[in-house]
Design a protein around this ligand. Structure first.
Ligand SMILES: [Zn+2]
Ligand SMILES: [Zn+2]
Length: 419
C-alpha cells in the first residue's frame, strides 16, 4: 500500500505540470493567433456579434487550472496502474510497431468522441445540468481559455476517460502524447469564438466529417445541438446537429463577393495551425520519459535478480529493493537469508525484499550516486548509476554478486522477450 502511494506521489507533480502546461500553452497559442491574424481576415470570421463579457477569460482561466489539477489527480492513477500491471503503456516500439501506434491512436480518438458525445448529452439533462455543466455554459461566447472551464464533477468525468481507456487498450507513450496534443488543440480551436478551420473542413468537403469552431460555438450559443467533440458522426446519426450548421460555416469561410482578402486568410490560417501543431508538440513533450532516471524494475546479469528502484520511504532520493532471485531458495527450500551481514542481528533477513540501494541522488555528471549493499560479502559500497538508453542501467561499484561495472536490463524488455 505504502509503495503504491509512493508511485502515485512521485508521478503526480510531473502529471500536474504536464496537464497545466498543455492547457496554458495551447490556449495562449490560440489567443496569440487570434490577435496576430485578426486584421488579416479573422475579424470577419467572428461567429457571434456579442463579445465575451468583461472578466470572462479570468473565470475561464481559473476554472481551467482547477480542471488541470483534477486531471492530474486522475492521471497519476495511470502511473500506479502501469506499475501494478493493470494497464499497459509499452515503451518499446518492437512490441507492436508503427501500424498499431496509429490504429490505437485513431481508436482512442473515436472512443473519446463517443464517450464525450453521450456524457455531454447526459449532462444537458435538466436534473444534471446545474451540478455538472452550468459552469462550462457560463461562456455564451467562449474564448480559448474556456477549454477546461468545467465544474469539479464535470472535470472528473472528463479526466476519467484516459485511465478507463487504458484499462482496455494498451498504448505506446507516444500515442498517449499525441492524443493529449490533439485533444487540447481541437478543444481550444472549438472555443476560439472565431472560425479558425480552413474551408476544407466545410460540410461535404474532404475534411467535413470533423467538427469546427462554428459547430461547437453553435452549441454554446443555442445549447440543444452539437454535442460532439472531434467528429460530426454522432450528431448526424442522432439528429442533434444544428440545422443551420452547414449554411453558417459556408457563409463564414467563403469570401464575400467583391472582397479579395479572405482567400489569403485561409492560407494564413493553415500556416498558423501548422505552427500551433509544432508548438504543441515541442512544449507538451513529456519530461518524465525524456529523462527518466533509474526508477523501474531491473534485471541483473544472467537474470540473477530483479531489483526495483523507487523513491525512498521516509528519506530523500531513490532506493532499490530485491524483488526476485533466480536462486532465492536454499537446498531445503527455505528462503535465502542475508547471512554474510557484518551485523549479526541482520542475518535473519530474507534476501528477497532486502533494500540494497539507498540514498540515490542526482550527481553533477548526469548520473545517480548512492550506496549499494552487496549481500555476497555483507559490505556496502558507493555506486554510480547511469541510464544510457530506456532499456539499460549501468552500475559502477560493487553490485550484488560481482565488483565491477554491470549493465542491468529493464524488466520490461525481458518480459517482452518472454511473450
Ligand atoms: Zn454543453
Ligand atoms: Zn464548450
Amino acid at each position: 500500500m505504502n509503495e503504491l502511494w509512493h508511485v502515485y506521489l512521485s508521478a503526480w507533480p510531473t502529471v500536474w505540470a504536464r496537464e497545466t502546461t498543455r492547457y496554458v500553452v495551447a490556449a495562449t497559442l490560440m489567443a496569440t493567433i487570434l490577435t496576430l491574424f485578426w486584421r488579416a481576415g479573422l475579424a470577419r470570421r467572428k461567429l457571434q456579434p456579442r463579445d465575451p463579457v468583461h472578466g470572462q477569460w479570468r473565470r475561464e482561466f481559473l476554472a481551467s487550472l482547477r480542471t488541470a489539477f483534477i486531471f492530474s489527480l486522475l492521471g497519476a492513477v495511470v502511473a500506479v496502474g502501469d506499475h501494478q500491471g493493470w494497464i499497459t503503456i509499452y515503451k518499446d516500439f518492437r512490441q507492436a510497431g508503427p501500424l498499431y501506434l496509429v490504429l490505437s491512436l485513431a481508436l482512442m480518438l473515436v472512443v473519446h468522441d463517443t464517450y464525450f458525445y453521450w456524457a455531454h448529452r447526459t449532462r444537458h439533462h435538466r436534473r444534471l445540468f446545474a451540478l455538472f455543466h452550468r459552469t462550462h455554459h457560463l461562456s455564451r461566447t467562449p474564448t480559448p481559455w474556456a477549454a477546461y472551464a468545467f465544474a469539479i464533477p464535470e472535470a472528473v468525468v472528463h479526466g476519467a476517460f484516459v485511465p478507463l481507456f487504458l484499462l482496455v487498450v494498451p498504448m505506446h507513450g507516444l500515442g498517449l502524447l499525441a492524443f493529449g496534443i490533439v485533444q487540447i488543440l481541437r478543444n481550444v480551436m472549438g472555443h476560439a469564438g472565431t472560425e479558425v478551420h480552413p474551408a476544407a473542413f466545410g460540410p461535404g468537403r474532404w475534411l467535413g466529417w470533423n467538427n469546427t469552431t462554428t459547430h461547437h460555438d453553435l452549441h454554446h450559443e443555442a445549447g440543444r445541438y452539437n454535442y460532439g467533440l472531434y467528429f460530426r458522426w454522432w450528431d448526424k446519426l442522432m439528429g442533434t446537429e444544428h440545422p443551420d450548421y452547414p449554411r453558417k460555416f459556408e457563409a463564414i469561410v467563403l469570401p464575400a463577393s467583391g472582397t479579395t482578402a479572405p482567400a489569403g486568410a485561409d492560407r494564413l490560417l493553415a500556416r498558423a495551425l501548422a505552427y500551433v501543431m509544432a508548438g504543441g508538440l515541442l512544449l507538451s513533450a513529456d519530461p518524465v520519459h525524456a529523462q527518466e532516471g533509474p526508477v523501474g524494475r531491473w534485471v541483473t546479469p544472467g537474470a540473477a535478480a530483479v531489483v526495483e528502484i523507487l523513491p525512498c520511504t521516509g528519506t530523500a532520493g531513490l532506493c532499490g529493493t530485491v524483488r526476485w532471485l533466480w536462486d532465492g531458495m536454499d537446498d531445503k527450500g527455505r528462503p535465502r537469508l542475508d547471512i554474510q551481514n557484518a551485523d549479526a542481528s541482520q542475518r535473519a533477513r530474507p534476501l528477497v525484499g532486502l533494500s540494497i540501494l539507498s540514498g540515490l541522488t542526482r550527481a553533477a555528471n548526469g548520473g545517480w550516486e548512492g550506496r549499494i549493499y552487496n549481500p555476497e560479502d555483507g559490505q556496502t559500497y558507493r555506486a554510480i548509476l547511469r541510464r544510457p538508453t530506456a532499456d539499460t542501467l549501468t552500475i559502477e561499484g560493487c553490485v550484488l554478486f560481482i565488483c565491477q561495472k554491470q549493465v542491468w536490463r529493464s524488466a520490461g524488455s525481458l518480459a517482452a522477450a518472454l511473450q
